[in-house]
Design a protein around this ligand. Structure first.
Ligand code: NDP
Length: 277
């Protein structure tokens, strides 16, 4: 039997968040998106990570309705896009996202990228949404230490999550330790490095020892590091494979070998160049 990973972490405000979720970036075909999310919810995923810019909030909302899963058992995240940043603009963008998702609150809402001169006000708006109970947790994405320092210096409600690119080629150790000191939970985006390392010999060998695929090994590495992971797939077998990781554990030595694959290599945009995202 496949054992689906169901663990949750506790955010700084006491809210629970599933450690593993489905990322839906680049799911552009509406039917494929609906089918992928529906399948993920069927096999046991309870967290979905979308964003206004992905243009699939409507399909995400449809899949949620179709699933019939009680709202309080789901964890839905969305993000405000760069051109909608600023205080009033963020509040307006949030309203649109909420409507498309057919929900009356979100579990988490994030600043997508730290747009210079705007990300501070964007976060202020996110704090207001939290105070008004329209979101259950606050957060940011692609924030470096200096962005977080700036936010923390002014925040009444510190961000609870920072969603950043993180995988064995980019282990982000300094940012992880900063976030840990400040009670900010990290979510790893592109947790599989967009498929770039799936034939890496170390990962293949470790996988073989456990009867698991390299993708499952990588996801387990994120989770055992206390990170959240949101692998994306539109392929049913992979959606199930990525979550079928509750029946094995990596040893300390294997964890270290995977961490040693780090090359500080990004697959996506550097947050300092957010306008190229
Ligand atoms: P991932 O690292 O999740 O890799 C996705 C790719 O890997 C797809 O091509 C998928 O193919 C393939 N794949 C998935 N599972 C397997 C498997 N078991 N075996 C082989 N191949 C597999 O990259 P993403 O960039 O999509 O990141 C994940 C999520 O992170 C996004 O969907 C999004 O929610 C979030 N994200 C956030 C960003 C931000 O700025 N905050 C930026 C980028 C991503 P296929 O779908 O064809 O099966």
């Amino acid at each position: 039997m496949d054992l689906i990973y169901q663990k949750q972490v506790t955010l700084a405000n006491g809210r629970m968040m599933p450690q593993l979720g489905l990322g839906v970036y680049k799911m552009t075909n509406p039917e494929e998106t609906l089918s992928a999310i529906t399948y993920a919810l069927e096999v046991g995923y309870r967290a979905i990570d979308t964003a206004a810019i992905y243009e699939n909030e409507e399909e995400t909302g449809e899949a949620i309705v179709y699933s019939g899963i009680p709202r309080d058992q789901l964890f839905i995240t969305s993000k405000v896009w760069n051109t909608d940043q600023g205080y009033d603009e963020t509040l307006r963008a949030f309203e649109k996202s909420l409507k498309k998702l057919k929900l009356d609150y979100l579990d988490l809402y994030l600043t997508h990228w730290p747009v210079a001169g705007k990300y501070q006000d964007t976060y202020k708006a996110i704090e207001r949404l939290y105070e008004e109970k329209l979101i259950r947790a606050t957060g940011v994405s692609n924030h470096h230490i200096h962005h977080l320092e700036e936010i923390l210096a002014r925040a009444a409600v510190p961000p609870m999550v920072n969603q950043i690119e993180l995988h064995p080629l980019l282990t982000q150790v300094p940012l992880r330790s900063f976030c840990q000191q400040h009670g900010i939970q990290i979510t790893s985006w592109s947790p599989l490095a967009r498929g770039r390392i799936l034939s890496d010999e170390t990962l293949v060998e470790i996988g073989r020892a456990h009867g698991k695929t390299p993708a499952q090994v990588i996801i387990r590495w994120h989770l055992q590091n206390g990170l959240l992971a949101i692998p994306k797939s539109v392929t049913k077998e992979r959606i199930k494979e990525n979550a079928s990781i509750a029946d094995f554990a990596l040893t300390q030595e294997e964890m270290l070998r995977i961490g040693a694959l780090n090359k500080n290599e990004r697959t996506g945009t550097n947050p300092e160049k957010y306008d190229e995202a």
